[in-house]
Design a protein around this ligand. Sequence first.
Ligand SMILES: Cc1cc2nc3c(=O)[nH]c(=O)nc-3n(C[C@H](O)[C@H](O)[C@H](O)COP(=O)(O)O)c2cc1C
Length: 383
Amino acid sequence: MLELLRPFYPIFFAALQGNPEGAHNSVIKILERIWKQRDKYWAKWLIGELENNFCGDYPLLRQRLWGLDFPNPLGLAPGFDKNAQAAGMWKSFGFGFAELGAVTFHIQPGNPPPRMFRLPKDKALLNRMGANNDGAAAIASRLQETWREKERRIPIGINLCKSKITPNREAKEDILASFRLLKPWADYFVVNVSSPNTPGLRELQRGEELESILGALQEENRGEKPILVKIAPDLDKQAIREVIKVARKHQLAGIVATNTTTSREGLKTRILPATGKPIEEEAGGISGLPLQKRSTEIIAYIYQETGGEIPIVGVGGIFDASSAWEKITAGATLVQFYTGWVYQGPWVVPSILGGLSQKVRENGFNHLGEAVGCRSAELLAKQ
Ligand SMILES: Cc1cc2nc3c(=O)[nH]c(=O)nc-3n(C[C@H](O)[C@H](O)[C@H](O)COP(=O)(O)O)c2cc1C
């Protein structure tokens, strides 16, 4: 039945061009409702329909990492389900894992709207949401309720961010407090020090600051949950090496590369139609196609620098199997997307996973894991 809707998705997407955040919130509310009513006949039927359309078995793509089983390597990137309202639903869209948040200790309204814009000429989004979320305590109790009778069906991560009202010197305590509340309700955690929309946050990517946050988190964690760090695509090589050093020292489970970019280079959109202002004057981070090459380069760089020792989650501009394959062969063990999913609709998940399985076979590998990083040196040489 859902297949019949597929040709209409571009029309639906274009019709909502003027209010992307409103469209997004409506989708989240509908999914939350379905999840809450999952015992009702209509919701069961709908979940079944979603699974028939979007879920498949991809034996060549299964990954086991950090003691967790990923049925496939394609995840929903954070920012989509900021308040964990639809946490139980992401498996039904075929994702191999999902990352919720960003969650902050304090409740945050985020920046004033409009704060999410589509740049269709660039296949990109510009967002300056500002980590709007219900706060760690509310999200922890929502997740407790979500997993009440059913265990998590796919690995679930939580993206942790410093609260805006907390000064950088107290970032450690702030993030630690969120982690304590949320620890039982997710399988892995990502420290987000790379969003461009919380003032001063990216400064926490520097060695000393990062060291103090991650050191404290790992002490509290006692090796129980995998903890990763997410970096910006705008870091230079020296800064990336510093992150790697801290990641090694504190035995992080991995590095997520990358968040959105503050660069406006190469954009076809000159004026943001919603505000009439030049794109350079608009605050926020760009995601989607303009980020694709840069994030892949960073993945290849980290892979080469670490000799593949630190798992990488690759994110930025994935739209199809080829762009996902690029990230995997550059060095990513898992990948995530947000913009590509929004632009193309949920049918793109099985299409990417089918395409990836084919690429594994065509390239003579027995399993996706064998392809991780196989082109990293070549990609770096091209830079
Ligand atoms: C509207 C929006 C909100 C986002 N919020 C977060 C966030 O809260 N935390 C985070 O780490 N990344 C956030 N991101 C970044 C995405 O997780 C991802 O790193 C980035 O969009 C690149 O992937 P993509 O090109 O597939 O969208 C957000 C992205 C968008 C578009």
